[in-house]
Design a protein around this ligand. Sequence first.
Ligand code: C5P
Length: 421
Amino acid sequence: MTKHILLIIGGGIAAYKAAELIRLIRKSGMTVRCVLTESGAQFVTPMTLAALSENEVHTTLWSLKDEAEMGHIQLSREADLVVVCPATANLLAKMAGGVADDLATTLLLATDTPVMAVPAMNVRMWQHAATQRNIEQLRSDGITVIQPDEGAMACGEYGPGRLPEPETIMAEISAMLVSPSLTAIGTQSTELGHNPLDGQPAFAPDRHRPLRGKHVLITAGPTHEPIDPVRYIANRSSGRQGFAIAAAAAEAGAQVTLVAGPVHLTTPAGVMRVDVETALEMEQAVQDALPADVAIMVAAVADWRADSRSGQKIKKKGAAPAPLKLTENPDILAGLAQHEKRPGLLIGFAAETENIVSHAEAKLAKKGCDWIVANDVSGDVMGGADNSVHIITRSGAEIWERLPKPEVARRLIAKISEELA
Ligand code: C5P
């Protein structure tokens, strides 16, 4: 059955790539109808889009002709998929806020068809907390948000924010429109996942976003336990593995809360980050983030904190200071296992240098979690680029070969997705 795409083109320099996307959609045998925003029309003309799509191009909410012939609600629903490309920061903000002040945003609010947004913007705009908040909101609303590419941008800056190549976007569109026998997911779909016009099931579960609608809570990095205003107890955790897991979870469509100890790492796209310093702050932030479907405690939480913290810098007096008195920190993972809002899947990490499986099995029982990801830290894992892990569950142990941390993250998220399915 022929699939129909409604393509909403926002106002950014990447709009020219939408013309190529239309050509690819047509080539794949699908039909495409374009909606051009007022600012989109500053970059591409309705004439170009009409010629390529072989369809009328819609630009205004106030077209008597359109309202008489089909109406904007119907226009929003007759498609199998609505694609917003390029999705500008402004368009994403309006979508996240439910604003409907032109044809594009009105259609997006009125549609019960799955929506894919393909962002493109300046790197600073992409990284801005407001944009990241909007993306997280859109993902939890069930909208598929594609990760932008990283590279040189038209504005002369470098970083994430580039529109992916049209071939990549086309592959994402095809992936969302797979087997017609499966049902839709996402809050924007009809209840039964049927195309309202022909009554046929329209969408497969999103294989590319298997964690859509799930809240994943992650801790990462070390904690710093102050001794006085300038000194603290710390450890060598870089936070890289936890941040990679947060990125992989967001890519899988999850709503992600990342409680991060003091690290200098960029927040992955679409992730809600809460910065903390101490174990006590991390414990509070984790509890504030509940409920969660999955919790992955990757942080290397300091086992002890100074019993009391000096308000002033402790001065050298020509002799050793009084011995530092330490107090044990709460075990955040064990506390979560006992919590009334215990996440359905609770995963801990363990850094081991010997007897990895037996030590990890003991930790699984002691902490009351469901899985332990045990790292062999006998080499250069802490702070390094690779990781060598064992996954210990109640049904046994799996050994993964040494892999780059982002790959460990992707595999772990794939395993979690399978478990939840
Ligand atoms: O006991 P150990 O530090 O080896 O346990 C590691 C696991 O427990 C990790 O998942 C870590 O994030 C978590 N943990 C915690 N709170 C602590 C200590 C460890 O959540 N105070």
